[in-house]
Design a protein. Structure first.
Length: 415
C-alpha cells in the first residue's frame, strides 16, 4: 500500500508560501506503516488538478489532498474531484447548516458564495471540520484494474487539516500492519564522502534499517528508518544500528535528533563545571548567539565580545598592536592572542576566538579560497585551527562557529 499527497494552491507553486502539510502528513502516514510514493504541488488550475488526481489515484491506494476547499473562485478542489470522477456536485444540507451556524456564532451574515463549501461530488462523504467552514471530502475511486483508491481532500490551513486528518481520515486508513520509526545521529568534523566510507555497509541500499546521509552547514546527519510489526522491534533495530555508528564514528558523533554542537558543548561544560567566553570577528557574534540559545547556558557561558577592528581587539581583549602589524589581523598569532585576552577579561576557564576573513567572491571560480583562524585558550592548553572558506559566506560563518565549538568539545572529551 502506498500513498500520494497533492498540495493545491498557486501561492505554493509561486513560492510565496511553504508547503508544510505534505511533510507532516508523510510523517503521520509513516507512523502506521504507509510509505508515501510522491508529493505533488499543483496551481489552482482545474485541468492540471484533475490530471494530478488521475495520476496519483491510478498508482497509489491512498491520495491525500490539501487546499482549495475555500469559498473563493480559485478554490477548485471540489470541482476537480467531481470532474475526475465524472459526477456532478450536489448540495449537502447538513454541511450547509453547519456552515451557517459557524457564521451565526460570530454574529456575521453568511455570504452566498459560502454555499459552495457545502457542495460535494455525488457519492462522496463530507468530513466535518470543527475548526473552520470548509468541510473535507472522502471518496473512493475504482481504478482501471478494478482495485480501489481512497481519496481524502482536506483544508490547506494546517490547524484544520491536522485535526481533520487525525479525527476523520486516519480511522479510515487500514495501514500496512507495520509501524515505522525514525532516529537521527549528528556528526561533525568529516566530509560526507569520508563519513560514508567509514560507515561502510550501513548506508547500502536495501539495508534494514535504512541509513541515509544529509549535510547541512558541515553537520552530517544520519537518518535511521526502521520498519517492523511493533514499536519495540523498531527501537531494537535502531539501537543496534546506533551502536555500530558510535563504534565506527567515535567522537565525530556529538548528538541526536535536533541537537546542535552548542547543545553538546554546553552539556560538557556543565559536566566539567567549566566556564567559557568568546571573542569574535568574522562570525560577528554567531558563537554567542548559538550558545545563548541553549537552555541553562547561564551556568557556563559568561559572555562574549565582537572584535571586528584592530581597535576593538586592542581595547576589548588587550591584543598588542605590534602583534597585529607583524602578523596581520587574520593570523594564528592574533587569533590566539584574542582568545587569551578574552579568557583574562571574563575570568573563564576557556575562551574561543575567531578572526575576520578577507573579502572574497564565492562565485569566482579562479579566486583562491580565503581562510580564517579559530583559537582555543585554556588553563593548560591552547590550540589554533585554520578554516578554509568556500561557497556561501553565510554558510562559511556557520561552519566556522561550529569548528570553534567542536575544538573545545573534543578537548573536553579527550583532553
Amino acid at each position: 500500500m502506498h500513498a500520494e499527497i497533492i498540495s493545491v494552491g498557486t501561492e505554493l507553486t509561486a513560492g510565496t508560501k511553504l508547503d508544510t502539510n505534505s511533510q507532516w502528513l508523510s510523517l503521520e502516514l509513516a507512523e502506521i506503516g504507509i510509505p508515501v510514493l510522491a508529493h505533488m504541488t499543483i496551481a489552482d488550475e482545474l485541468d492540471e488538478m484533475v490530471g494530478a488526481l488521475r495520476t496519483a489515484a491510478e498508482r497509489s491506494e491512498i491520495v491525500l489532498m490539501t487546499g482549495g476547499l475555500g469559498p473563493t473562485l480559485d478554490d477548485l478542489t471540489r470541482d476537480a474531484l467531481a470532474k475526475f470522477a465524472g459526477v456532478e456536485l450536489i448540495l449537502h444540507e447538513q454541511s450547509l447548516e453547519y456552515i451557517k451556524s459557524m457564521f451565526a456564532k460570530r454574529n456575521r451574515p453568511m455570504p452566498e458564495r459560502n454555499v459552495m463549501q457545502a457542495m460535494f461530488p455525488l457519492g462522496s462523504d463530507p468530513l466535518p471540520n470543527p475548526r473552520g467552514t470548509a468541510p473535507g471530502i472522502w471518496m473512493t475511486y475504482r481504478r482501471a484494474d478494478g482495485t480501489l483508491s481512497n481519496i481524502a481532500a482536506m483544508p490547506g490551513v494546517p490547524s484544520e487539516m491536522k485535526q481533520m486528518f487525525r479525527q476523520q481520515v486516519l480511522p479510515r486508513l487500514d495501514g500496512s500492519g507495520q509501524v515505522i520509526r525514525r532516529a537521527r545521529i549528528n556528526l561533525f568534523g568529516v566530509g560526507e564522502s569520508q563519513a560514508e566510507e567509514a560507515l561502510g555497509d550501513l548506508t547500502a541500499r536495501g539495508r534494514d534499517p535504512d541509513v541515509g546521509i544529509t549535510v547541512h552547514e558541515a553537520t552530517i546527519t544520519l537518518r535511521i528508518t526502521a520498519a517492523a510489526s511493533s514499536i519495540d522491534e523498531c527501537h531494537q533495530k535502531i539501537e543496534k544500528t546506533r551502536e555500530i555508528v558510535l563504534n565506527r564514528m567515535g567522537t565525530l558523533v556529538f548528538g541526536v535528533e535536533d541537537e546542535e554542537l552548542e547543545h553538546a558543548l554546553v552539556r560538557l561544560l556543565k559536566l566539567r563545571r567549566a566556564s567559557l567566553s568568546t571573542a569574535e570577528s568574522g562570525t560577528g557574534g554567531l558563537l554567542a548567539h548559538r550558545l545563548t540559545g541553549v537552555p541553562g547556558f547561564e551556568s557556563c557561558y559568561m559572555g562574549g565580545v565582537v572584535v571586528p577592528t584592530n581597535l576593538a581587539k586592542r581595547e576589548l581583549v588587550s591584543v598588542d598592536p605590534m602583534l597585529i602589524r607583524q602578523y596581520g589581523p587574520i593570523s594564528q598569532e592574533v587569533a590566539l592572542a584574542c582568545a587569551k585576552g578574552c579568557r583574562q577579561r571574563f575570568g573563564t576557564h576557556f575562551a574561543l576566538a575567531v578572526t575576520e576573513w578577507p573579502n572574497f567572491d564565492p562565485d569566482d571560480p579562479l579566486a583562491p579560497f580565503p581562510a580564517s583562524f579559530v583559537a582555543l585558550a585554556g588553563p593548560n592548553h591552547s590550540k589554533v585551527e585554520k578554516v578554509q572558506h568556500f561557497g556561501d559566506p553565510a554558510i562559511a560563518k556557520s561552519r566556522t562557529a561550529k569548528v570553534a565549538m567542536n575544538m573545545l568539545r573534543l578537548y573536553l572529551i579527550e583532553g
